[in-house]
Design a binder for this molecule. Structure first.
Ligand SMILES: NC(=O)c1ccc[n+]([C@@H]2O[C@H](COP(=O)([O-])OP(=O)(O)OC[C@H]3O[C@@H](n4cnc5c(N)ncnc54)[C@H](O)[C@@H]3O)[C@@H](O)[C@H]2O)c1
Length: 445
């Protein structure tokens, strides 16, 4: 990454959202318009409110991230996307009931003006939804090509300089990587023969990369996380990122687990329970979609706690994740964690965490940050998996020769040091003594 030249963010950036009419998407859109109008602050957004330290602590130099690296302004974003329901985004935001009618009325005209393009949908992959506004084609290849046409049309119609695609659509049923996912040739052949292991989200991912457009996966679906598409992204010099926005319970988990490991406290069991009543909860009520989410949520602890390195503390813990669909809760999810730990001489202790959160309120700023950072990556000639964006994901994509990093603090250090590197500023190691001072310290011991 040395001497990297970052292309300045001139012109407009298109944001195409798959699942445009969903709770996360409409909360994101209403939020961005409210911020643009000066009606709200972009709370929770690292790109809008976060700072980055430069130099030694005593220098007291903490610029805003958006002033430190050339990010696209939120005023230069143009929105569009796909869904399987023919509604404008105002109607969908009312249905989602995340934001109050009063807050929505302030941006009603803007939301009413955004309507989805017909989605590519296959009920075998999302059992609890019916698509009434969908594309038809003779095979999956043809459907993928229609998505490419949509991207080209959106770009030309709005005179855009660049586009980013984000999957914020429903969680698809669990599938494993197969031969058809192993190479671009197999994948293209699979699309032509409408292979049953090619999901709609993979078609959106392939179409985006074929158009030279970065793809971000906010759900736990495999989508872009298959060798065929990862290799294709590298070949096309396109950045990709995923999987599954890290919002509520897993955010907390990736803070608590590093703390246990730091203090060498052992773990007997961790039971994570969720109650939620939005459409996402209804989709996850299907065992196939739940399995996809479960795998994503379960992956976290092993990689942070490293049972092979700490067998006395972490080789035998029981980790259970439940998601319960309970309509009265709506988007206000309740995450409840019961954690059995042990300390000095094996004495038992318990930790209970009850997070009464709002799912889409936590996810919306992440969507914004991912769009702006992925666009920055593309303008910086970065390609393939963007591991430095792991802080935003429950199940971060990683290259085949590395293990994922789940620890929230390490993830954030990685992100900020990547930003420093992009503009040729020294990374921060937190060793604030120079070599002479370290030598003096050792002499004193
Ligand atoms: N809200 C959170 O905190 C959070 C956290 C992590 C991940 N996620 C994931 O983000 C995604 C969106 O969540 P949400 O709460 O907005 O869900 P939602 O059900 O409100 O929205 C999903 C939208 O996707 C549409 N859709 C489904 N299949 C489609 C297809 N093939 N093409 C186009 N549109 C399609 C649906 O019609 C719906 O409008 C889900 O996969 C969810 O698991 C959400």
């Amino acid at each position: 990454m040395d001497n990297r030249i970052i292309k300045q963010p001139s012109g407009k950036l298109g944001v195409l959202i798959v699942g445009l009419n969903g709770a996360v998407s409409t909360t994101f859109l209403a939020g961005v318009y409210s911020v643009r109008k000066g009606l709200a602050l972009p709370i929770g957004s690292l790109t809008q409110m976060g700072t980055i330290r430069i130099g030694n602590r005593i220098e007291n130099n903490f610029p805003l991230i958006k002033d430190f690296v050339p990010l696209t302004s939120i005023d230069d974003l143009v929105f569009g996307g796909w869904d399987i329901r023919d509604e404008n985004c105002f109607e969908s935001a009312l249905y989602a009931k995340v934001l109050s009618e009063k807050d929505l009325s302030n941006v009603a005209d803007e939301l009413k003006s955004i309507k989805p393009m017909r989605g590519v949908f296959d009920p075998d992959f999302v059992k609890r939804l019916q698509g009434s506004y969908i594309k038809t084609g003779k095979n999956k290849y043809e459907l993928m090509m229609q998505l490419r046409d949509d991207i080209q049309f959106f770009k030309e119609f709005n005179s855009l300089d660049r586009v980013v695609v984000v999957w914020s659509g429903s969680t698809e049923t669990f599938i494993e990587r197969k031969e058809v996912h192993s190479s671009k040739e197999n994948f293209i052949n699979g699309m032509i023969h409408s292979d049953k292991d090619i999901s709609p989200s993979m078609l959106y991912a392939f179409a985006s990369i074929a158009e030279g457009v970065p793809f971000i996966n906010g759900s736990p679906n495999l989508s872009v996380d298959i060798p065929a598409i990862v290799k294709f992204a590298n070949e096309m010099n396109v950045p990709i990122a995923g999987k599954d926005f890290k919002t509520g319970q897993t955010l907390i988990k990736t803070v608590i687990a590093p703390m246990l490991k730091m203090r060498l406290l052992g773990l007997h069991g961790w039971f994570s329970n969720n109650i939620l009543g939005n459409r996402d909860g209804e989709v996850l009520d299907d065992p196939g979609s739940f399995k996809t989410k479960e795998e994503s949520k379960l992956s976290v602890l092993d990689s942070i706690l490293q049972p092979k390195i700490y067998p006395d503390l972490y080789s035998d813990f029981y980790h259970k994740v439940r998601i319960n669909y309970y309509p009265p809760k709506g988007d206000n999810k309740e995450g409840w964690d019961h954690i059995d730990i042990f300390g000095w001489l094996g004495y038992l202790m318990e930790l209970k965490i009850n997070f009464l959160c709002r799912d889409s309120i936590l996810a919306a700023p992440i969507l914004l940050d991912l769009v702006l950072f992925t666009d920055l990556a593309q303008r910086s000639n970065m390609k393939g998996i963007q591991e430095w964006l792991s802080v935003f994901f429950k199940s971060p994509m990683h290259s085949s020769n590395t293990v994922p990093e789940h620890d929230l603090f390490i993830q954030m250090m990685k992100l900020k040091n990547t930003l420093r590197k992009l503009v040729n500023v020294s990374p921060i190691t937190h060793i604030e003594m120079n070599e002479k001072e370290i030598d003096e310290l050792i002499c004193c011991e």
